[in-house]
Design a protein around this ligand. Structure first.
Ligand SMILES: *Cc1c(COP(=O)(O)O)cnc(C)c1O
Length: 383
């Protein structure tokens, strides 16, 4: 039923990637918290599954198959968090490998990779994501093993051309991994543009309700590198709990509705506030004025995402005053939930942050767009 090859992703996600169990008929997936599974008298594993949940949890196959299908990949793996998934990738590199990534990406990931690289003896090169030729100049043939990009990238929403990045990476003999947390498979499928690996913090849009930490990797091919990643999850133990896998599967059922709504509202908000006298810039890839709009139109379909940033003419003080003045937006970190959030990233990232101090990051939820606009208007007026 829900495994028909022609079914649209909206249909597959609505069913949570499953058909009701033929024996018991559960419409919602059953929750299976057991960590170990018994053998029969002939010492065969009952039910044909793995014996131990760190090895092969029965909570994963449906949600992993769904994620692989949505991304157009050959396999997917869920992890305990986005960072656990990223760490599995770093652990699969060999000491001495060269890794290339943009200067502006999710800061926790950049920070951790740079520290990890010291211990693991990786050489990491950061490129300027605003310069379209910089990635190709940073890769070194035969030496670069991994190019890691994020698009649109947090929190300036610069857009990186995935197809061009894939070409540059592959020419050098490297793999391309794309952090697609912000775009989600609803808006961008990096494997269709040549990526080898897709990464998600499932904590964000995939779950969408701010109540699960999860990470996801999707592979274009089942190859040696994928086997190594699977081995890292199993041995390093960054496995997702049964309840979290269950909640992730549940959240995914409304992914298309949530991302569609958030994208529509974010575009309406960006258009409304562009040119506002108190704002120096509205950063959103859906605006014609955005430098990445042309590439975004090519590699994103159905919208430009629910994330945007505002830069205040009055600098950090004005930004903090708007954050103080909002009544509906929640002042909190993270993104991709059903309620709208506002965050002053420079305060969070500290003095080494490349994020301008006048910037406020907005994660648009599924509320009425007019209510969100009115809230920002009153906060800007009183600031
Ligand atoms: C949150 C986030 C991560 C890290 O994922 P966790 O689930 O917090 O471990 C990585 N990349 C992006 C773009 C994120 O937003």
């Amino acid at each position: 039923m829900t495994d028909g090859p022609d079914l649209k992703p909206e249909t597959l996600t609505a069913h949570g990637g499953r058909t009701p169990d033929a024996l018991r008929g559960d419409v919602a997936p059953p929750l299976r918290p057991s960590t170990n599974y018994a053998r029969d008298e002939n010492y065969q594993q009952i039910g044909g599954q793995g014996g131990y949940a760190r090895d092969e949890s029965p909570s994963y196959p449906e949600v992993e198959a769904l994620l692989a299908r949505l991304e157009g990949g050959e396999g997917a793996m869920v992890f305990a968090s986005g960072m656990a998934a990223a760490t599995a990738v770093w652990l699969s590199l060999a000491p001495g490998d060269h890794v290339v990534l943009p200067k502006v990406i999710y800061w926790g990931l950049r920070d951790w990779l740079l520290k990890f690289a010291d211990n693991w003896n990786l050489s990491v090169e950061l490129f300027d994501q605003e310069d379209p030729g910089a990635l190709a100049r940073a890769v070194r043939p035969g030496k670069t093993r991994l190019v890691w990009i994020e698009t649109p990238c947090n929190p300036t929403w610069d857009v990186i051309d995935i197809a061009a990045a894939a070409e540059a990476a592959h020419r050098a003999g490297a793999l391309l991994a794309v952090d697609s947390t912000v775009a989600t498979p609803v808006l961008t499928r990096p494997i269709e543009h040549g990526a080898d690996l897709v990464f998600h913090s499932g904590t964000k849009y995939l779950n969408g309700h701010g109540d699960v930490m999860a990470g996801v990797l999707v592979t274009a091919r089942r190859d040696d590198f994928w086997d190594r990643l699977r081995d890292k999850r199993h041995r390093a133990g960054g496995v997702l709990g049964a309840f979290e896998a269950w909640l992730l599967q549940r959240g995914l059922r409304t992914l298309y509705l949530r991302v569609g709504r958030a994208s529509e509202s974010a575009l309406a908000i960006a258009r409304h506030f562009e040119g506002h006298p108190k704002l120096a810039a509205v950063l959103y890839p859906g605006l014609d004025s955005h430098p990445g709009h042309g590439v975004a139109k090519r590699q994103m379909s159905g919208g430009f995402g629910g994330m945007l940033s505002l830069r205040l003419r009055g600098g950090a003080e004005a930004a903090l005053s708007v954050a103080k003045g909002v009544r509906l937006f929640v002042r909190a970190t993270s993104l991709g939930g059903v309620e709208s959030l506002i965050e002053h990233r420079a305060s969070i990232e500290g003095p080494d942050s490349p994020v301008p101090p006048d910037l406020l990051r907005l994660s648009i939820g599924i509320e009425d767009a007019g209510d969100l606009i009115a809230d920002l208007e009153q906060a800007l007026a009183s600031g």
